[in-house]
Design a protein around this ligand. Structure first.
Ligand SMILES: N=CN[C@@H](CCC(=O)O)C(=O)O
Ligand SMILES: [Zn+2]
Length: 378
């Protein structure tokens, strides 16, 4: 069964040859894009969706999210807005709430969050463990995540759990927890942040990432969120797909990213929710770094599922144009996940599209807070 979406006022493809098409159509067959071009030349299809003069863009690729958790930390947020600072210590309360929840409770919470993302135009989401921190609880988080995405990330090294010796936990997370989790994950991640007493320093992070790589996982890193540190350079050195946050970057970090293959994934909802300085995406792009944007949806530092909100922040606060921000939220996220079948509209790619209740993608940043984007059900 084929479907045509026509009467598209503006189609953003991110395909260098196709570019941006006005008055366009897309034909989809078996979940893949079968034809893209001017509406007047479109082939017939079994079913028609009339875009009615709206814009269509690649579905958002949210390459950084923590969706398997119970409870919330609204009180911690309020305290921060009153002047408290964030150091990762609140993660422990989410760990307690998550461990106490049943599988079905977590599954229902996760399903609600995935529906919320999709309702705002996200068609691919990466999901991390990291609120279990035991063999059973980390494996459970990854099993649940694997029910809704292929992009599952083992983040056993999120923080050292309360009451556990730091060295003993590094041994656990590179040993028995990793053994249980590696078959359930594609990626290994670590919260590399010497500025936090709860997270991991450069050498511990290296150990975690090397163990994950030896178990067949591909590295990605939480780095340079709370201060300057070794996260970015470690990520580049180990060939990580992405280093995420990048809030505090030295010139050497930017140079390393420019010379390496690692994507810099920026998470402006975190700066918003922790009242931190926004990093300059412009500085990274000007240096030749590939930049992605993601939500970091989590109960501590960014309880939002909205990629349009992230795009608007990146434009307003990080120096991106609306077009660059859309690229980073789609094709950039795909690069951060090492995928070439998403984040782009071209023949053969996955038919992951978002429709905007607006004639142009510029409205994503121009109309902040207005729910104009949703994933197209094809
Ligand atoms: N920085 C580490 N992890 C999350 C926050 C997790 C939490 O506070 O619950 C982040 O990406 O910001
Ligand atoms: Zn995160």
């Amino acid at each position: 069964m084929s479907v045509i979406v026509d009467n598209i006022a503006e189609l953003v493809t991110h395909d260098p040859e196709l570019g941006m098409l006005l008055d366009a159509a897309v034909v989809v067959e078996a979940g893949r894009i079968a034809w893209v071009g001017p509406a007047g030349q479109a082939p017939a299809a079994d079913r028609r969706i009339d875009a009615a003069g709206r814009a269509v863009v690649p579905g958002f690729v949210d390459s950084h999210a923590h969706l398997v958790f119970a409870g919330d930390r609204a009180g911690e947020f309020a305290a921060r807005m009153a002047g408290e600072s964030y150091d990762g210590g609140g993660i422990a309360s989410t760990v307690s709430a998550t461990r106490a929840a049943s599988d079905d409770e977590l599954r229902a919470l996760l399903a609600g969050r995935v529906a919320e993302l999709r309702g705002q135009g996200t068609t691919t989401v990466e999901i991390k463990s990291g609120y279990g921190l035991t063999v059973e609880d980390e494996a459970r988080a990854l099993r649940l995540a694997g029910e809704v995405t292929d992009e599952t990330t083992f983040l056993g090294a999120h923080v050292v759990p309360r009451g556990v010796d730091r060295r003993a936990y590094v041994d656990l997370v590179t040993g028995p927890i990793l053994d249980a989790c590696a078959p359930l994950a594609r990626w290994v991640d670590v919260f590399c942040e010497p500025a936090s007493p709860h997270a991991f320093d450069g050498e511990e992070s290296r150990e975690v990432l090397l163990a994950g790589m030896a178990a067949g996982l591909i590295p990605r890193v939480h780095g340079n969120q709370l201060g300057h540190g070794p996260g970015v350079r470690l990520a580049v050195e180990l060939g990580a797909a992405s280093v995420d946050h990048c809030t505090y970057l030295a010139d050497e970090d930017v140079a390393a990213l420019a010379d390496g293959e690692t994507v810099a994934t920026l998470l402006p909802a975190v700066e918003f929710s922790t009242r931190s300085p926004y990093p300059s995406a412009r500085r990274l792009l000007d240096a030749g770094v590939t930049v992605a944007l993601a939500t970091d949806c989590n109960p501590g530092t960014a309880y939002t599922s909205s990629m349009p909100f992230v795009i608007a922040l990146a434009v307003r606060e990080m120096g991106l144009t609306p077009t660059e921000a859309l690229w980073a939220a789609t094709a950039g996220g795909a690069r951060a996940l090492r995928r070439d079948d998403i984040g782009v509209v071209r023949v053969g790619a996955r038919a992951d599209l978002a429709i905007l209740d607006a004639p142009s993608h510029l409205h994503l940043a121009y109309r902040p807070g207005v729910p104009i984007a949703s994933a197209l059900d094809l």
